[in-house]
Design a protein around this ligand. Sequence first.
Ligand SMILES: Nc1ncnc2c1ncn2[C@@H]1O[C@H](COP(=O)(O)OP(=O)(O)OP(=O)(O)O)[C@@H](O)[C@H]1O
Ligand SMILES: [Mg+2]
Length: 886
Amino acid sequence: MRRSAAPSQVQGKSFKKTRFIPPGRSNADVSKEITKMSPDPNLFQGAEQSQNDPGVCSSNPCPSEGIPREVGDGTRVDPLPPVHSASKEITESKAQEEEASSLLKYFSVVWCKASKKKHKKWEGDAILIVRGRSFTLKDLEGKDIGRGIGYKFKDLENVEEGQTLIIGGKEIEILGTISSDDFNSGKCFQHGSGSPAVPSSQAARKCFSNPFKSVCQSTQGQGNRWNDCRPRHNPCTPNALVMPRPDENHQWMFNRHCSPIVDVVIDPHLVHHLRPHQKDGIIFLYECVMGMRAVGKCGAILADEMGLGKTLQCISLIWTLQCQGPYGGKPVIKKTLIVTPGSLVNNWRKEFQKWLGSERIKIFTVDQDHKVEEFINATFHSVLIISYEMLLRSLDQIKIIPFGLLICDEGHRLKNSSIKTTAALSSLSCEKRVILTGTPVQNDLQEFFALVDFVNPGILGSLSSYRKIYEEPIIMSREPSSSKEERELGERRATELTRLTGRFILRRTQEVINKYLPPKIENVVFCRPGALQIELYRKLLRSQSVRFCLQGLLENSAHLICIGALKKLCNHPCLLFSSVKGKEFSSSCEENEERNLCQGLLSVFPAGYNPLQFSEKESGKLQVLVKLLAVIHELRPTEKVILVSNYRQTLNVLEEVCKRHGYACARLDGQTPVSQRQQIVDSFNSKYSTDFIFLLSSKAGGVGLNLIGGSHLILYDIDWNPATDIQAMSRVWRDGQKHPVHIYRLLTTGTIEEKIYQRQISKQGLSGAVVDLTRSSEHIQFSVEELKNLFTLHESSHCVTHDLLDCECTGEKGHTEDASEGPVASRQCQLGPQKSDSLRPLSMSQLKQWKHFSGDHLNLPDPFLERIRENVSFFFQNITNQAPAI
Ligand SMILES: Nc1ncnc2c1ncn2[C@@H]1O[C@H](COP(=O)(O)OP(=O)(O)OP(=O)(O)O)[C@@H](O)[C@H]1O
Ligand SMILES: [Mg+2]
């Protein structure tokens, strides 16, 4: 507890002052005086009582007037002033009020409950906010612990440093003034942990050792240590990447043996390959984990967009820290733990091998046959790579290994502090923690807290203080009904939060590597539904379940069943048939809705319909797909295709199509054993592979994979969450890709798929958790109005999405809207100004700027589109990185 030595001052004179020995004071201080602040009696009692202490007014017949009220925790809240009758008083008090309303001051204080005890202890630090005639006392968690109104303006105006006061039943000592800037930004609530890496003089003193003495000792005892401590690589070569030297404060803190300072230089073998943004990223990571950016904190979040080479940046960091260090050249760490999704364990091993070969560093990957014990016993391994699932199972063994560095790949999963994985990882004693994520949480402030608190525990204070100081003001400022003051405060707090966390969070966008990548041609293809699809769609929309949903009569997830059925139908009617079959007569209660939905559906299918012998013509998208595959195969025989769906059953249909057409294919979905995943990916990426198609379940394999063996990516269906689709799309357009990349998103015209797409690109979709991969449609709430829109089939439109764009073209000619239109609306709930970010889904106005044409358009400029136009009602196309020779 802080003990004050600040001198108190006498203030006020009209009432008897209590003698008070401030907590922690020596007896010599007893003479110091304390001011008892009381609400202004003038305001409550009328002029005749103006000199009275309101405390004496308990005899007042009207207890609600003039007697401070107590609220909540015993805090005194003084009554609102009654209306005065005398006009002179009104004029005077009006003038005073005006004067008072301009008073706004902030103080740092220590406080304790007011009592007459001789020996008291301050109970805590707090912030005193004096505003006009009132004050608020907040603890450092941002919680109100005292409040009072109706004080004498003069008393509050004269509050100053060193004073000891009694207000609102609490004794406080004013320690200092806080600028409104520091209050508004929230800085004054920080417990010191968030300050830049400048140690307090106390800390510096504690770590002091006589540098001269120890250097002498060491040079005598160990020969010429200065000569031994040369940098591992030459820092003077023109391309040398040299890490920043620790400053004096860092040296005081960490160079206890006063070893000579040695340049830490990244291995030239790696530097040769590094992109400029990767060099910056390595310096950033180095500074973070060395505690050079925030005092006592060694965590970082590297949130570069997908494909920017976060793996290589980490490998460079690990290799450097394991061999070098700034103090006497001594390595900073011995062992590193990398935790990653199961499908990426072997990708990490491969990347180590790719960049460092197999001799420099020994990697151990945990799987069924290689347990953690082996790593413990075989001491020559320095890096342990393990999946999140395995980590939970082997936590006890992991805990006993003294890891110097912890890297959590695809670490956005740690955004929930109550899940087991986060708790398990937090329990590890390793302080140097790095989260890697291409999809950071940007718009949920609590999840953001969890990530930040994981890498740098305590830097934002406790969760409750964070809520009070940042989350609540920020959220409040974004309410449409917020006042100007609230908006300003929220803005300031958001800026401060961004500043505070910006020291250890780095995010670069795709643009930084665009110049190393081939062109990307993105297409949104609106496929006409087949006749059977239309008939079934109409039938489903007429079903009792859909009708009840629209009347708001069904509870829970009934609408999800309807949505699920429509989505299956869009993929292929045979998928709907399989799910309906057998449910028509089901009697179980849970399946009631499904039964209602299915009734009469089977009769729409041709007699003797066999889902296994489905026809490609029955699905508009499948027809387009088959033609697309054929034209790619014909025009680009050496190129390969990634075919993505969110559903295993759909992948089964697509696999069957591949078989029918004789296309060799590989497949990775949720059921593919983790141990086989990398091998499947590697063999597809290999130039010797004979596979033409890679069937990918976006949910199972979307994150982290490199599928640069393919240059055409077809998204067969659409997810509510744009991040899932964007993740999948990022698998091919990344470093190492040799061919122009073609992306095709297939949507069934006029159906729910268009609606989901619109939701993705509309503001409504944007305000949700757009970069959060774990959210699915179950978390989406729909109003009856929205459901009505979802459950409408637009049979006559070429493209409902285009209809909504307010675009004047008829789709007859290739049309591109003038790019000079207004700015793209930014997301509502994000920290600070958002830079261009390819993770952000496209917006409606951006889509309008894409080239677009109807399927009837003559002379389509793209030979692939030309071939599929027959079944397509509309196209959107966008080309990134110069016009390709398609
Ligand atoms: N400097 C480089 N030169 C050439 N290839 C590179 C370079 N840096 C990274 N790569 C390659 O780029 C690909 C993508 O890198 P990586 O997997 O590290 O991306 P990432 O940032 O982790 O993306 P994601 O968020 O999707 O996991 C890998 O094949 C990697 O080997
Ligand atoms: Mg990665």
